[in-house]
Design a protein around this ligand. Sequence first.
Ligand code: G4P
Length: 527
Amino acid sequence: MKFTDEIRRRRTFGIISHPDAGKTTLTEKLLLFGGAIQEAGAVKSNKIKKGATSDFMEIERQRGISVATSVLAFDYKNIKINILDTPGHKDFAEDTFRTLTAVDSVIVVIDVAKGVEEQTEKLVSVCRMRNIPMIVFINKLDREGKDAFELLDEIEQKLGLTVTPLSFPIGMGYDFKGIYNIWERNINLFSGDSRKNIEETIKISDLSSQDLNSIIGDKAADTLREELELTDIYPEFDQEKYQNGSLQPVFFGSALNNFGVRELLDCFVTIAPPPRPKESDTRIVSPEEKDFTGFVFKIHANMDPKHRDRLAFIKIVSGIFERNVPYLHTRHNKKLKFSSPNAFFAEKKEIVDISYPGDIVGLHDTGNFKIGDTLTQGEILQYKGIPSFSPEHFRYINNADPMKSKQLAKGIDQLMDEGVAQLFTLELNGRKVIGTVGALQYEVIQYRLEHEYGAKCTYENLNVHKACWVSPKDSENDEFKDFKRVKSKFLAKDKQGQLVFFADSSFSLQMTQQKYPSIQFHFTSEF
Ligand code: G4P
């Protein structure tokens, strides 16, 4: 197959949702359709069960599973599909944000009864910022939930999307009869026992025909006709608008019952974008370019503490990645080659010789990589788009074993490279502060420092409301000098040496912003 055909047949995407909306179940059903697994239950959920937050075994188990399910690749209708796993737990949201820099589109799963939830809002806002094409899947139609129109409204309002339904439910919960596929103009009837089978659909070319009444009954047929008429208020589907992130198609179904999933998948492979061009610090790189480039979006520490090697996940942006060919690590300006790059499939990983744009390869790493690193065939460039988000929790980290300070420093360094949390050093006294998105990270760090690096740490609370990256218009002006003097107790450097301001309340942040108008305060490290 030609290089460009290989690119065109790839779809690399992520499924995002609030925990429990059905992400794992949907992933599994997609794999079933792709023939990548034979029966349900093969994909392990990577979520941390409620109430298990202090259970270290649970965290370890979760880490093990998350390497296994980091990337799930399969073929469907000659399309190579790469699903990138995104943790649903809010304490690991940063992991998900980073993974979103490696996807070309996403599917958003929403629970029909719960509607738009907090985590969905956060994740979708990141996708919106990046104009990532989104398809919405409303799940659990076999249960009572919100009215379809009400939900579509809620999605528009809370998520700021412009929706257009491409399928429509016929009834819901106890009365759920099936799905009218607006995209393909056919009906799929729900038998309540379709878990294993791939259902036949019934073609309905004319909605006004009596056939519809005889299939779903007079009442349901009338309701469906009325509702479909009402869907005229939504814009017509337009692939270009979907692909540039300004229109979001919506599907309804029940992942658990394997219902509405084929409709979703068939439409997805038709409309979802193949690998897209990506912005670097010097130029926009197109997938069709001959020379290989790629970047690290995830690092996973090895589960075996005796071998401290890690797996760096690279998204290939352009060209062909080949085994045993030296590539330039642009941050270190050093050539590296990889003898056993891994590709990931539903139930296994394998060494691969070549990979194409859109693909993910896992490279064994002994500490060379950190998140955001770029590999090229020689060109000096750095991919953009993996900002650090302002953490929400802050604690001092102290060394609890003076004999192991080296191990502690190394452990902290490597865990930060993995993106587990962010390290700040106070300007005033050099004390180290760890900032995280979720409180659970502190337990993970403490546990991993001890088990993987033989170091012990303790934490001390620090009252910080928000950390903002600071950029003065002019670092020499008096205003900035005054700011640095007055706020010296609240200033720190991040790992890259960028200046960060710790605001202890939203009020004090506001006051500071007012007092120093020539200084900009940023909530992500990318500005
Ligand atoms: P997540 O990855 O988004 O966190 O959700 P997951 O797929 O694990 O689904 C969460 C729960 O919702 C699971 O039940 C799952 O079986 C159920 N579920 C998923 N899709 C549907 C659906 O279409 N209809 C109905 N009725 N339920 C659905 P659980 O009891 O938490 O787990 P399990 O014991 O069934 O695995």
